[in-house]
Ligand binder design. Structure first.
Ligand code: LRH
Ligand code: MN
Length: 378
């Protein structure tokens, strides 16, 4: 297998919301030069692709990226050498969704939520996106608050309607999350629940694994391997965490876990590698560049695993031998290989330094004055 060719083909999708302000319930620290609209978010995403060469698509979040003319936004993206990636629905910020969106006891609220999901498919049509990403904050905070099975019935009904609306070549990715904002039940809390709903629906429904959405100690690469075997792994929301859904830079908290995940999936086609992060303190564009490089480094290490040596050690029951094969790859410094690969493709071998030298940050800090900086508030 030609590792360099695989690395040249790698594609990592950046999230529009990573370029906007973000924070916690305690504070959102605004930063200079932050975009004020989806057009400026795309311009910043184009910088990540300019210096890494492998981030040519951007995931949108609706209504945070709502515009009057989605075809115009698509043309703007294409003018920047980008394409519009996954469309993320948002049924977690409206007062009506306090007791749930598609799982809400009130049919009026369920209808409203479903209409938003269907509107997101219209936006896929207008932007040329083939992927709808569905994450539901739906859940309860106290035992007895609602009927767990009835909520699953309501969820299944909504997913069926969305599935039926998907056009040729379109799919949806169902995202699970253990908890938050709900603190007793979450209606799609784990991979098993997401998998079961997707299995019932059909091939256009797959599971997205957000690396920050598991209980501490969860073996995520096992989930990845299992879903791959079932043909139900649609993609990743990459980030990292020390505690909960911290949305830190992928590979920052646990680069060895990222390597183990990439070892399971590095050679698999059709898997969406998306970042889902919030740069609460660090500058946003360099944060995205560093994150793309972290995935690239983990991928290169994973591709370096000597598969034949591993297979024979595994077959021989040579536990230490097999583990050593993987650790040899993990302990390999792949930065010279990647720097050389960038040079070969006409890129600066050091994307972080190249971006810093570009003066782009100074330019946007000077020109983006006035207006409302983008954030999670739409
Ligand atoms: C939920 C989530 C989901 C997005 C949001 C930005 O925690 O991971 O993928 O909609 O973050
Ligand atoms: Mn996510």
């Amino acid at each position: 297998m030609d590792i360099r060719a695989r690395l040249r083909e790698q594609r990592i999708e950046t999230p529009s919301w990573a370029y906007g302000n973000s924070g916690t319930r305690f504070k959102v620290f605004a930063q200079p030069g932050v975009p004020r609209d989806p057009f400026e978010k795309l311009a910043d995403a184009a910088q990540v692709h300019r210096f890494t060469g492998i981030a040519p698509s951007v995931a949108l979040h609706i209504p945070w990226d709502k515009v009057d003319d989605y075809a115009g936004l698509r043309r703007h993206a294409e003018g920047l050498g980008l394409s519009i990636g996954a469309i993320n629905a948002n049924v977690f910020q409206d007062d009506d969704y306090k007791l749930g969106s598609v799982t809400n006891p009130d049919p009026r609220v369920r209808r409203k939520a479903l209409d938003h999901l269907l509107e997101c498919v219209d936006i896929m049509d207008a932007t040329g996106s083939d992927t709808l990403k569905l994450w539901f904050s739906d859940g309860t905070n106290y035992p007895g608050q609602d009927d767990i099975r009835a909520r699953q019935d309501r969820l299944a009904e909504a997913l069926e309607s969305v599935y039926a609306r998907l056009g040729e070549g379109q799919r949806f990715l169902l995202e699970y999350k253990l908890f938050e904002p709900a603190f007793y039940t979450t209606d799609v809390p784990d991979w098993g629940t997401a998998y079961a709903h997707c299995l019932r629906l059909g091939p256009k429904a797959q599971v997205v694994v957000d690396t920050g959405h598991h209980a501490p100690g969860t073996n995520i690469e096992f989930i990845v391997a299992f879903l791959l075997r079932e043909g139900k792994l649609g993609g990743f929301d990459f980030n990292s965490r020390f505690y909960a859904d911290d949305d830190l830079m992928v590979g920052a908290a646990d680069p060895f876990q990222l390597f183990r995940i990439m070892y399971e999936v590095a050679e698999e086609p059709g898997i969406a590698f998306m970042l889902d992060q919030c740069h609460n303190l660090e500058p946003k564009i360099p944060g995205q560049i560093r994150s793309v490089m972290n995935v690239q480094e983990a991928t290169a290490k994973a591709l370096l695993v000597d598969k034949n040596a591993l297979k024979s050690a595994q077959a021989a029951g040579d536990v230490l031998g097999a583990n050593a094969v993987l650790m040899d790859a993990y302990n390999t410094d792949v930065r010279p290989l990647l720097a050389d690969l960038r040079q070969e493709t006409g890129l600066d071998p050091d994307p972080m330094a190249a971006y810093a030298k570009s003066g782009y940050f100074q330019e946007i800090s000077a020109t983006r004055v006035g207006g409302a900086q983008a954030g999670w508030g739409a």
